[in-house]
Design a protein around this ligand. Structure first.
Ligand code: HEM
Length: 195
């Protein structure tokens, strides 16, 4: 069990401080490893435990967003070279050339800031959906639909594995997969609308 309702918590060599209000709601909740619900009726596809799991892992990624963004894109293009071809700045470059490219940092940060806007609104489904839809619309001409969005899951989980020294649980994986599934499904809707 990882107690998420404490001011200080640690993933081995990574220690950071968060405010109680950021991670705790009305009552103290111990995050379990099995992803069971604690009875949320908000209409969200995520349980309260999954939302906590997202926040605690996102905090790790966000705390070093520039470097983690670069690592994420390198992993993304390594897993799915066809994704790299969609980026005009990176098409045809070796993975080391991409890693060193001055535009990679900006690309990666733009994507992470967009994901952060989703994570900040997990408790407000209407706003969350509109944020995702806006970005999905911007991706229609790039032919990025649900299938392509789901490509993001393996590199993201791999990044989390590294950031937590292998302490990513099934709960974390399920929670993040659900987030990317929601983004994927809205992306497919926007592709369909544009036909
Ligand atoms: C969580 C999912 C994603 C988010 C939040 C996201 C976010 C963004 C943002 C904020 C931008 C810059 C603003 C814009 O031009 O629209 C962007 C650009 C772009 N994205 Fe995504 N993206 C996602 C998934 C993907 C995927 C899966 C692909 C490809 C397989 C992709 C391909 C692109 C391309 C090609 C650009 C244009 C880059 C350029 O300026 O040349 N995106 N994305």
């Amino acid at each position: 069990m990882i107690n998420v309702c404490q001011n200080l918590f640690k993933f081995d060599d990574f220690i950071y401080v968060r405010s109680r209000s950021d991670i705790c709601h009305d009552n103290e909740v111990d995050m379990t490893e099995n992803g069971s619900t604690n009875g949320s009726d908000s209409g969200s596809p995520l349980t309260k435990e999954e939302v906590d799991a997202i926040h605690e892992t996102w905090a790790l990624v966000w705390s070093d967003k520039k470097n983690n963004g670069i690592e994420f894109f390198v992993k993304f293009f390594t897993h799915f070279p066809e994704a790299q071809d969609k980026f005009k700045d990176f098409k045809g470059l070796s993975i080391e050339e991409v890693r060193a490219h001055k535009k990679l940092r900006a690309h990666a940060l733009s994507v992470f800031y967009a994901i952060k806007s989703y994570i900040d609104h997990l408790d407000d489904l209407e706003t969350l959906t509109e944020l995702i839809r806006k970005n999905a619309r911007n991706h229609v001409d790039r032919k990025v639909g649900g299938k392509e969005v789901k490509w993001l899951v393996p590199p993201f989980v791999e990044l989390l594995e590294e950031k937590t020294n292998g302490k990513v649980t099934e709960l974390h994986k399920t929670a993040w997969t659900k987030v990317f599934d929601v983004i994927a499904s809205i992306s497919d809707e926007e592709i369909e609308k544009a036909k």
